[in-house]
Design a protein around this ligand. Structure first.
Ligand SMILES: Cc1cc2nc3c(=O)[nH]c(=O)nc-3n(C[C@H](O)[C@H](O)[C@H](O)COP(=O)(O)OP(=O)(O)OC[C@H]3O[C@@H](n4cnc5c(N)ncnc54)[C@H](O)[C@@H]3O)c2cc1C
Length: 309
């Protein structure tokens, strides 16, 4: 894993660090090192770092909270930017613009407190809103596309573009940013249309959503919902359970006893992405033999295989 000399100078100038272990930056607490790593907390710094990586033709990965990725044990080449931008601006009574690093849970609470309704469903999602854009994050019957007006993004040439929500191809856990011609676009900000709401009613709804999650999902490091639900028939979790895979374990990776679509990290100090990849493949094979459908991962699997096997 090597970057060209001029790019290395530039990375040093920006304050990027070599070799940062990415298990610290993912919810599941696995992942090899970043060749170069930079955390940014201002939108301008995010834009500058993305443009610098593009100009230097470095590999580039932007992470929010790392709650929808599995990073292989060989880590990530080029520059990994951890997006901690947290700006939020009210444009008019019900229209807001938020930085892409803003966390769903904090945004759901803060907008509810400001008397704005529309994001209560997102209260228990552990990731950033920009990280939720590629999969059109959703829960309890609502999705990001219900409130999204437009995004500001940097295209692959590093130019700033504004894209209307209607042009993003947002559908169930998919978009043109995840799997289409907008792959490689980095979202810097999102404009959301909320509604005037009642503070107490929104906070009650958030409490309800949070207790549903506590009752149904395991706590601790995990990949969250690992597979997308098939378009017809039983959910991914139901199919995994029907295939007798609840509790199935490979190394540190275990199918949750509580919610079969969650794969948990049950041995953090010894965890390796390879265990999770092996368990994902086993689940896919067993569910395919049992119900004839091959489950597709919802999470993004990225990075290099480890040379240590
Ligand atoms: C316990 C648990 C519960 C969850 N519950 C839900 C749920 O109810 N509903 C749901 O939809 N999801 C859920 N998730 C998945 C995840 O939290 C959301 O998808 C979240 O929005 C991802 O944001 P993130 O910042 O963690 O993204 P990351 O994991 O950091 O990134 C995800 C992908 O998006 C890319 N990306 C990140 N930021 C940007 C950006 N600014 N521009 C372009 N691409 C970017 C990354 O490179 C990566 O490919 C859950 C996950 C866990 C672990």
């Amino acid at each position: 894993m090597t970057s060209p000399h001029s790019a290395v100078d530039l990375l040093h100038e920006m304050g990027a660090r070599p070799g940062e272990p990415l298990n610290r930056c993912t919810f599941v607490q696995v992942g090899g090192p970043a060749e170069w790593f930079l955390a940014v907390d201002r939108r301008e710094a995010l834009v500058e770092a993305v443009r610098a990586a593009r100009r230097s033709q470095l590999g580039l990965t932007v992470l929010g909270a790392g709650s929808n990725v599995l990073i292989r044990d060989g880590g990530l080449r080029g520059l990994v930017i951890k997006n901690d931008t947290r700006g939020c601006r009210q444009i008019d009574e019900t229209l807001i613009e938020v930085d892409s690093g803003v966390r769903f849970a904090a945004l759901a609470r803060s907008t509810a407190r400001a008397g704005l309704s529309g994001l209560e469903w997102a209260a228990g999602i552990p990731g950033a809103i920009g990280g939720g854009l590629p999969t059109n994050a959703g829960a309890y019957g609502s999705e990001l596309c219900d409130v999204l007006v437009s995004v500001q993004a940097l295209n692959r040439a590093g130019e700033t573009v504004t894209l209307d929500a209607a042009d993003l191809g947002l559908s169930y856990r998919d978009s043109r940013v995840r799997s289409g011609d907008l792959q490689g676009c980095i979202v810097t900000a999102l404009t959301l249309q909320l509604e005037r709401g009642d503070v107490a009613a929104s906070e009650r709804e958030i409490d309800r959503v949070e207790s549903l999650r506590k009752a149904n999902a395991p706590v601790g490091p995990s990949l969250g919902s690992t597979f997308r639900n098939p378009s017809v028939g039983p959910t991914a979790g139901e199919r995994i359970e029907q295939a007798g895979l609840k509790g199935e374990r490979i190394g540190s990776a275990q199918v949750s006893e509580r919610h079969a679509n969650y794969i948990q990290n049950v041995d953090v100090p010894n965890a390796r992405a390879a265990d999770f990849l092996a368990l994902i493949a086993r689940v896919q094979d067993r569910v395919a033999s049992h119900s004839g459908i091959r489950l597709e991962p919802e999470i993004a699997v990225i990075g290099e295989e480890s040379s240590n096997g």
